[in-house]
Design a protein around this ligand. Sequence first.
Ligand SMILES: [Zn+2]
Length: 241
Amino acid sequence: MPEISVKDQVKRLVDLQKLDGEIYRFKVELIEKPALIEELRKKFEASKSHLLKLEEKLKGVQLKRKELELDLKAKEDNIIKANGQLSQIKTNKEYQAKLTEIASIKADKSIIEEKILLSYDETDTVQAEVAKEEIVVDGAEKQYLTQKKQVEEEMMLIQDRVKVLDSQRKQLLPGVDKVSLQRYEKVLAHKNGLAIVPVKDSSCGGCYMNVNPQTINAIKMHDQFVVCEICQRILYIEDDL
Ligand SMILES: [Zn+2]
């Protein structure tokens, strides 16, 4: 193969850069998109675990009420039993004592009844919280699943597009000088997929820093690759190719 002029090498690298720039952006998307889905999944999982906690709380309240109801039943039994004992009591003193005992059990009973009423109120409150959170979980799950599907489809399209770009890239490679290619690829890997950039209004198209007139002259000479002193990207001038 005859030696390729620097100007032609630069032209070919510019063509290659068009593909590589696109490939790079797509590859970034392929990394970022799953992270977005992971974010939504976490949000969904968090609301789900909040719901589980509320359901546990509800169970706890209901269990506590069952205990209170058993207590209440025991007090009622005790009252019946004590009332039954009244008729067998012989002395007035014992009779008075039994009446006091019954009054005391009744007082305990009304405290328990009060607690049971409060427990019903608490059940209503927690049940409302559960119902509200169920809607949140449902929404978060739908959002997660919908976006997941959408992103998966987008990623498949991107992967297909990258395949096409990769094969177009392979077709360009034989025309590119090996040493130039190695140099270009090294910069490409270290500079966010942008290795060769135009100089516009005396600024580097990669880092936007000023490019001095000597450097611009050197680019126009076309006898070697000229790189930006700041970002090390290969420079070219669009109108000059
Ligand atoms: Zn630069």
